[in-house]
Design a protein around this ligand. Structure first.
Ligand code: MG
Length: 363
């Protein structure tokens, strides 16, 4: 059975300023760049995106569009393989991987629209709603900004929330712990606290901070050290009570397999790890190590695939993306009772470009 040949691959680049300067332990930013990909076949259009740099749109236009155009839109995995082969000399990680991911996501959406089924059904749905945790807690926030953000999460029924620590490459540990204490005051005893150091600590520091976090009942310590330091992560996993998590930069199953022995929960980001095709493969690798996966950022994009992964723990309801996705798209799922509703009533992902945002660049 064939569907329709892919007839066009288009990109558009959008910039979403943050409401105030934001930072984690190791980087600062004032905007998020979304690179949107639309693929067309017959009368249907699929949409995907990655948050990256405008250069990712150039990769799509210069290196991926011709690879995908003319292929049958039903053969998503063939397109995924062809894109990776075509980028051998460029490398398939980093922004090239983000470009491939955005095209893959758009192709899955397109296929489900051509078949007339919800995307979550095409991917193999095993749940109708997906648990999320509130995520943000930037190191730049003052107390009022943190309190307002946390109120949004608890109002939406989140039972777990996450803030950034490791401020200024681990040079402000006292403030890190004070902010964790303030978060506990804000959420009370019934909500789980998670933290993300974005690789800001050394191993020794992370062990000491981790002990203090264990004393505070923190359940999740993300990238206590760089995710490149697999041995360091493994050491921390062995000595801390909190779950050690990493994986947001994983580009493929090789990265996933390398991290699995060192984490309690593998993070995967479909906008970086090869789209939904890569996410499903990474989740299978995690399952082979008896691990759950947690989807990193882009909650609306992750909803359909998160609904189709048996070993899913949760999806990160990240503040920047929870704000930009409803501006960029119509049909974004909402959060109630700490759960993201998975679009299931119509063909495709349920997301369509809103037309409310002006792209800075188009191909
Ligand atoms: Mg993180």
């Amino acid at each position: 059975m064939t569907l329709e040949p892919v007839s066009a691959v288009e990109t558009a680049v959008y910039r979403f300023p943050t409401p105030y300067p934001e930072a984690d332990g190791t980087i600062e930013w004032d905007a998020t760049t979304a690179v949107v990909v639309r693929v067309r076949a017959g009368d249907h259009t699929g949409v995907g995106y990655t948050y990256s740099t405008a250069a990712a749109a150039g990769v799509v236009a210069d290196h991926l569009a011709d690879v995908v155009c003319g292929q049958d839109a039903g053969d998503v995995t063939a397109c995924w393989s062809a894109m990776r082969r075509a980028c051998r000399n460029l490398g398939t990680r980093g922004l090239v991987g983000q470009a491939i991911s955005a095209v893959d996501v758009a192709l899955w959406d397109l296929k489900s629209r051509l078949l007339g089924v919800p995307l979550s059904v095409l991917l193999g749905r095993c749940r109708d709603t997906v648990p999320v945790y509130g995520s943000g807690g930037f190191t730049t926030q003052d107390d009022a900004q943190l309190a307002a953000q946390v109120a949004g999460w608890t109002d939406a029924g989140c039972t777990a929330v996450k803030i950034k620590i490791g401020e200024s490459w681990g040079s402000r540990v006292d403030r890190d712990l004070a902010r964790v204490d303030r978060l506990r005051e804000l959420v009370g005893p019934g909500v789980q606290i998670m933290v993300d150091a974005n690789g800001g600590y050394t191993v020794g520091q992370a062990r000491r901070v981790g002990a203090a976090l264990d004393d505070r009942g923190v359940v999740w310590f993300e990238e206590p050290v760089s995710s490149d330091d697999v041995a360091g992560l493994a050491l921390l996993r062995a000595c801390l009570r909190a779950d050690v998590a990493a994986g947001e930069y994983a580009a493929d199953v090789v990265d996933a397999a390398r991290l699995c022995p060192a984490v309690d929960c593998l993070q995967l980001d479909a906008t970086r790890c090869g789209g939904y095709t890569g996410f499903l493969a990474g989740a299978a690798v995690a399952a082979s190590a008896e691990l759950q996966v947690s989807a990193h950022c882009a909650p609306s994009l992750h909803a359909p695939v998160a609904a189709a992964v048996p070993n899913l723990r949760h999806v990160e309801w990240f503040a920047d993306h929870a704000r930009l996705e409803p501006q960029l798209f119509d049909g974004t799922p909402s959060v109630h009772g700490g759960q993201l509703s998975v679009p299931g009533g119509q063909p495709g992902s349920g997301l369509t470009l809103s037309g409310r945002c002006e792209p800075r660049r188009r191909t």
